[in-house]
Unconditional design. Structure first.
Length: 202
């Protein structure tokens, strides 16, 4: 399958679900139940320059211009600015009480998540359209992503994946990524599943 790689410039149906699927237990911890998390992800996605924003998102489209998947990420240089902007946007999206609770939970996630090394691109959300999974699209997308990152001058690419997501782990391994550490303890923490940090040298 030949896929076209394009920067996302606005919201497209299903992007919130694709982002949510990359770490449902984390989003439920941060934002509440499934429906609430999807709504909040969409609100952040539509705002510029935050950790969920459309302008960090690359879409993959088939010959019919149907969105078949997304890659959403940022560099170690961009992360501090995006984090600060996410906090600012959160203050506008949530009321004060909800903001305090969400901010506290976000700090827990930040503490247990490894930092992004220099010259490394971090894929925060990598997901295939649920209606198109099982067709080898993920491997095509990831191969294109890694090729682009190499051209852009990155030395490494890293991502986190839930430790029970065997199909995703096998996909990443088939494209050269290796597990380098647990991102969270082996047992669930506040309902969040254990995640592996994976890396590939570009």
């Amino acid at each position: 399958m030949d896929l076209c790689e394009k920067k996302i410039t606005d919201y497209k149906d299903g992007i919130d679900r694709m982002i949510y699927d990359t770490g449902a237990s984390y989003f439920d911890f941060l934002f509440g139940n499934n429906a609430n998390a999807l709504e909040i992800i969409k609100k952040f996605f539509l705002r510029k320059s935050n950790l969920f924003s459309y302008n960090n998102c690359t879409g993959y489209f088939n010959e019919d211009d149907t969105l078949v998947g997304i890659e959403h990420g940022y560099s170690h240089r961009d992360y501090p600015r995006l984090l600060l902007n996410t906090l600012k946007e959160g203050f506008n999206i949530f009321n004060v009480l909800v903001f305090i609770v969400t901010f506290t939970r976000a700090m827990v996630v930040a503490i247990i998540t490894p930092s992004i090394p220099k010259k490394t691109y971090y894929i925060a959300y990598f997901s295939v359209n649920p209606l198109m999974r099982g067709r080898g699209i993920g491997a095509i997308m990831l191969t294109k992503t890694l090729s682009r990152l190499k051209v852009e001058g990155y030395n490494y690419c890293e991502l986190d994946v839930e430790s029970d997501n065997i199909s995703a782990i096998k996909l990443y391994q088939s494209c050269g990524l290796i597990i380098i550490r647990n991102a969270v303890p082996k047992r669930k923490l506040f309902g969040m599943k254990s995640r592996y940090r994976m890396r590939v040298t570009l």
